[in-house]
Design a protein around this ligand. Structure first.
Ligand code: PFF
Length: 445
């Protein structure tokens, strides 16, 4: 059977589509806001360059050399203890777990696209009550849009790498960039733009503590889609003789640029029309709709465009979150793509319903343990444990387990004199950083 492979541009857009997601447009601006802006942004950028970029290359390399699902790739590449190393490939499960809440949030975004067409809340207070009403009492609306997200995502997956994932990204990624750059350009014409720039880039080191540092490292992983086999699975479909370093550079570059553009744009709007940056996770669903209202009629237009862009970003990431396990069942159990896609889709769909219920009054108390409901637990376990662990395992695998000569033969021609620096970072800097992040996110530090 001929295996479908990504085109060069298709791969970069798909990997960038995976990276650019809710993490960039929804999460990055509000955590940057919470940790005081500039200093946090610089720590984050530094982490992306020092750790993110090198793990991105390592993850692409494992996929490219393994050429199979994540479990088989680890198994074939490990020179010894293959039966143990194959379990490293189950990091692909993290994506399915993330999807449990990711799909629900995409559902909220779909709902906001529709409602923003007609009305926007006049005040932040009103916006807050609309959002909390949906979250805590409107089960059916959430179920409907979560179902829609499930159908879209599963449909694309059934179409495969070329006809589904590549096509989706070739269309949605350019559109997403056009919308964001258009709205960003408008933001640069507003008076508050310079305040946003100052907020994002002027470091106030007093605001940086170890918590901010750990959050920045954790977010660098999440936003670059590292540590759960998404990038690895895509890389298994790279053409022979692809330049991994160049591709990794483009993915990191696009992801970071889009996060910064989104941040600058949102902060400009918030300064110009609203009440400033630090608004927490509700920033996009609460503060922003009220800001769009202040803009007048153009606000509805902007709100719809913005939520469409957010939905595009979310969908292109979603397919990459599910694909590793789809590929796993195709490669290891000879399932058809249709069956694997539907089964994996049903997994996150059904548990997603539990996640919705865990926020609904009346059900919440049965789905809350130790101060966190099911929705928050899934978020916490994936971000605090699974992704950093996946990153740590990959760094150790490429840095210590695979023969250096083999790694060198692939990477030296592409990295040149930077090879040793990259290898050093994988062996010593990244594992230590990931370990510290994990302990600290788990509250053990
Ligand atoms: N990078 C995505 C975001 O920023 O929203 C989330 C994500 C996608 C994480 C794929 C991990 C992954 F494998």
């Amino acid at each position: 059977m001929k295996i479908a492979r990504f085109s060069r541009i298709g791969f970069i857009l798909a990997a960038a589509g995976s990276a650019v997601g809710l993490g960039n447009i929804w999460k990055f601006p509000y955590i940057a806001g919470e940790y005081g802006g500039g200093a946090f942004v610089l720590v984050y950028l530094f982490t992306v360059l020092l750790i993110g970029f090198s793990i991105m290359i390592a993850e692409m390399l494992i996929g490219y050399m393994g050429r199979k699902d994540t479990v088989t790739s680890f198994e074939t590449l490990a020179p010894v203890n293959k039966h143990l190393w194959k379990y490293a490939g189950f990091q692909g499960l993290a994506g399915l777990f993330i999807m449990i809440f990711y799909s629900v949030v995409i559902g909220w975004i779909f709902h906001y696209i529709v409602t923003s067409l007609f009305t926007l809340p006049a005040t932040v207070k009103e916006a807050e009550s609309i959002f909390t009403r949906m979250l805590h009492s409107d089960f059916l609306t959430q179920l409907f849009y979560h179902s829609l997200a499930f159908v879209c995502i599963t449909y694309v997956l059934t179409k495969g790498i070329k006809g589904g994932i590549e096509k989706l990204n070739m269309v949605l990624m350019p559109l997403l960039m056009i919308i964001l750059v258009g709205m960003f350009t408008y933001a640069t014409t507003l008076g508050a733009f310079s305040r946003a720039v100052e907020f994002m880039f002027y470091p106030d080191w007093g605001k940086i503590n170890s918590d901010a540092f750990v959050t920045a490292v954790g977010h660098a992983f999440f936003t670059l889609s590292l540590g759960m086999g998404a990038i690895m699975t895509y890389s298994a479909s790279l053409e022979k003789n692809s330049n991994i370093v160049k591709s990794a550079f483009w993915v990191v570059f696009l992801d970071t640029t889009i996060a910064i553009i989104a941040g600058l744009m949102l902060f400009t709007f918030l300064y110009e029309y609203g009440s400033g940056p630090a608004k927490g996770p509700g920033l996009v669903f609460i503060s922003l709709p009220a800001v769009f209202y202040e803009m007048g009629i153009i606000g509805n237009f902007f709100a719809v465009l913005f939520f469409i862009a957010l939905a595009f970003a979310g969908l292109t990431s979603s397919v990459s979150l599910v694909e590793p396990m789809v590929q796993y069942f195709i490669d290891r159990f000879s399932w058809s793509r249709l069956k694997a896609s539907i089964m994996m889709g049903l997994f996150f769909y059904l548990l997603g319903i539990v996640a919705i219920l865990s926020n609904i009054d009346g059900f919440a108390k049965y789905l809350t343990w130790g101060g966190k409901n099911f929705f928050d637990w899934v978020d916490y376990i994936t971000a605090a444990i699974m992704l950093p662990l996946g990153g740590l395992i990959m760094a150790v695998f490429v840095g210590f387990v695979i023969d250096k000569s083999k790694v060198e033969s692939f990477m030296k021609p592409q990295l040149g004199f930077a090879f040793e620096a990259w290898y050093f970072s994988l062996r010593y800097i990244t594992p230590v950083a990931m370990f510290v992040v994990m302990l600290s996110l788990m509250g053990l530090l």
